[in-house]
Design a protein around this ligand. Structure first.
Ligand code: ZN
Length: 213
């Protein structure tokens, strides 16, 4: 790990301030500066610190018949001006390596798309799309909210680790986010469509990289 002079950003928490050390030249550092400019009231917190996320975890375990037990550990959730970081990203952010911070950057980029969704669509439409129905055929959630978010995730993964983004394991994980229990099987009947979203975006990124743009 390169030892560069660290910078410190004061994160604004509901339960008092907390300081993280970020690499001054990192993408994550730049992203947080941009985010606090675009969303001055943004709060970032550990998901497990929030009682209603802990409660939602048990509801999601019940709704998915135990198929999704990783709501707190693996899934980051965004509301207007609030990002609740998953347990694994919270750990990566605290004293993590450069690679750890790059992984957090990928996720926060995805969540920035959702912060903008809240501004563009409004909270009422976002909540309706997200929660109704809570599981199965959540087509609005898939097509309107998560498709743009996961296209950002793919772009970021391609930038950070192109070989992994082009590999079969990542493609399968990406498709399963839409068709598996992570989001309540939100787009299960349309696996082919999801695969075509992924393939088209990957091809576009490859063509851009080949043309040097
Ligand atoms: Zn998302």
């Amino acid at each position: 790990m390169t030892t560069l002079p660290p910078d410190q950003i004061l994160f604004k928490f509901r339960r008092g301030p907390e300081v993280f050390t970020l690499y001054t030249d990192s993408k994550l550092h730049r992203l947080f500066r941009d985010l606090y400019t675009e969303f001055p009231n943004l709060r970032i917190r550990a998901k497990a610190d929030c009682w209603w996320h802990r409660m939602a975890h048990y509801i999601i375990v019940a709704l998915t018949l135990g198929q999704n037990k990783l709501y707190l550990e693996n899934m980051t959730t965004t509301r207007p001006d609030n990002i609740a970081l998953s347990g694994k990203h919270w750990k990566r952010l605290h004293g993590g390596s450069r690679e750890d911070h790059d992984r957090v950057w990928e996720t926060i980029m995805h969540e920035r798309r959702h912060l903008r969704d809240f501004q563009e669509l409004g909270s009422c439409i976002m909540v309706l799309l997200w929660l109704i129905p809570p599981i199965f055929v959540c087509w609005g959630r898939a097509a309107v909210i998560e498709k743009p978010g996961y296209l950002v995730s793919l772009q970021c993964k391609f930038e950070n680790n192109r070989a992994w983004a082009e590999g079969p394991e990542y493609r399968e994980w990406w498709i399963n986010c839409f068709t598996g229990p992570a989001y309540g099987w939100m787009y299960t009947p349309f696996r082919k469509s999801v695969a075509s979203w992924f393939d088209a975006e990957l091809l576009r990124l490859q063509q851009e990289a080949a043309s040097g743009s």
